[in-house]
Design a binder for this molecule. Sequence first.
Ligand code: TIU
Length: 227
Amino acid sequence: MNTIPALPYEYPLPDSLDHLALVIIDMQRDFLEPGGFGDALGNDVTQLQAIVPQLKKLLHTFRDLGLLVIHTQECHEPNLSDCPTSKLTRGNAALRIGDRSDMGRILIRDEPGNAIISDLAPRPNEVIIRKPGKGAFYNTPLASVLQKYQITHLLITGVTTEVCVQSTMREANDRGYECLLLEDCTASYFPSFKAATIEMLRAQGGIIGWTSTTDPVCQRLFQISRK
Ligand code: TIU
C-alpha cells in the first residue's frame, strides 16, 4: 500500500490515485480581500493570503496528474432563501450577508466578491460546489459528486481552518472518507485557532483524520504516478 508522510501516522493512499480528490474550501475574494465578508466580521484578511503559493503548487500537481479537483464557495441565493436568520443576524450589524460592498453583495452567488481568487481560478473540467453552510456537504451535491467519481480519499485545504475547513472534514469523516488536511494550505484569521484545530483533528490516533504538508505530498504523488 502507498502512503504519505503524515501525522499521527502515515496516510494510507487508495489503490489507485483516481480515488483521491483535492478539496479547496472557499478561497474566494469574500474571505481573502478587504471589503468582503471576512473583513465585515472584523477580521484581518491578510492572514489568509500566505497559503496561496503552496496551494497553487498542490493544485498544479493535481492538474498535472489529471486528478479530481473540487472548489467550494460559501454563498447564498440573491433572495437569501437559503440563509437562515441565525446566520444572517450574527456578526457586524452594519454589514450583513446580502448588503452591498465594494465587491458587490456580500456572500451572494455570482457577485464579484464571491469569485475564487484568480491565482486558483477553477478550470472548466473542475467541480465547483456552492454551499450555504460552513460544511461542504450540507445542502449541496458534494456527496453525489464524490460517489459519481468513486472518490474515497480527500486532501483538504482552504479557509478558514476552524470554521469551513474543520466542518467539512468532520462531515467527510462521518461519511467514511479518509481525510488529510494540508497544514500549509489552510489558514485562519487566528493562528492559535489554526494550531488548535490541527491538533484536535489528528488527536486520539487520527480521530477525524491526518495532517501533512504540501511538499512531501506532491513528491509522493508524482513518485507513485511514475510507477
Ligand atoms: N468567519 C470564518 O472564519 N469563516 C467563515 O465564515 N467561512 C469559512 O470558513 N469559509
